[in-house]
Design a protein around this ligand. Sequence first.
Ligand code: 13P
Ligand code: SF4
Length: 353
Amino acid sequence: MTIAANVLPAAAEKRDSAQPARSLPAFTPALQRELEPLYERVKHVVTPMEWPHYAPLIKAINDLKVERNAVILAHNYMTPEIFHCVGDFRGDSLQLAKEAARTQAAVIVQAGVHFMAETSKLLSPDKTVLIPDMKAGCSLAESITAEDVRMLRDAYPGVPIVTYVNTSAAVKAECDITCTSSNAVKVVESLGSPRVLLIPDEYLAKYVQTKTSVEIIAWKGHCEVHERFTAEELEAFRAADPGTKIIAHPECPPDVIKTADFTGSTAAMIDWVKTKRPRKVVLVTECSMSSNVAAEAPDVEFVRPCNLCPHMKRISLEKIYDSLAMMQHEVHVDADVAERARRAVERMVNLTN
Ligand code: 13P
Ligand code: SF4
């Protein structure tokens, strides 16, 4: 099995000198025994050398969660020690949004990027929503502003606007409904309109266009991770071993999607691998997802053109610990924006429930 080196969080990460030192347990034989069930989950992708670094943080975070009545929502792109060892709910954007809406916990820690934390805050306005690093952004969310959407409204009067959840709350507030990569076709078709604006991901819009007769008008935003994949590199993997299956995320360019055996959201990609159990597979998406699936499917060989999302990778065990210990960094959404953005997100959630 091909296992890419796991991504060790920056151990020497700069800390604010005003922050108190982390109070972590020692990696004793007793702690090792206590965390053995968690190590079992990741032993195929986390080396025995890495574990003594992670284990004390994992123990401290899981204790803090109880103390704070907190849950951690972990996106599929988190590294395996986060995803499998401290995440309470794991999944794609849609699954995490639904969990945010139904959790009874007082505190939500979003192990993901800022737009996901904002979505959680919209759906759980009375909860404290924390993001371990405020700078965990997204190139798609950066590609469009609320002002741009107002300009589109004027340019296309009467045409409904669907926004991918990978946008700011301010952008969502200007749109009719949100979608994720797992429900975009369904959302577009639910509007009963012959033309729909689907923003901001040009490639997701092009993919949806291949699945519906509704005319899709796109924006020119791109995911900086998925736009880097090329059909040529994937064909080369297939040429090297013709049995290799290629599974792509719809944020990939159209020629990449054409090369793929299957296209779907991160959750759909995981389901595909778990049910089809291919001998060898390339997951054409953020690199950590292969490690997370490999942890549960050691019989499958993963080929890894390792494109990392620099925003997702800002989230580390250290920052999750700091987030819970110091209740930082709280996500707020302006009340007027929140009310309008919530309407767009709830409309999507209700449609897919
Ligand atoms: P999913 O909704 O498929 O998890 O995608 C979110 C994302 O950021 C993909 O890059
Ligand atoms: Fe945004 Fe792409 Fe990173 Fe997902 S992988 S958070 S779409 S930049």
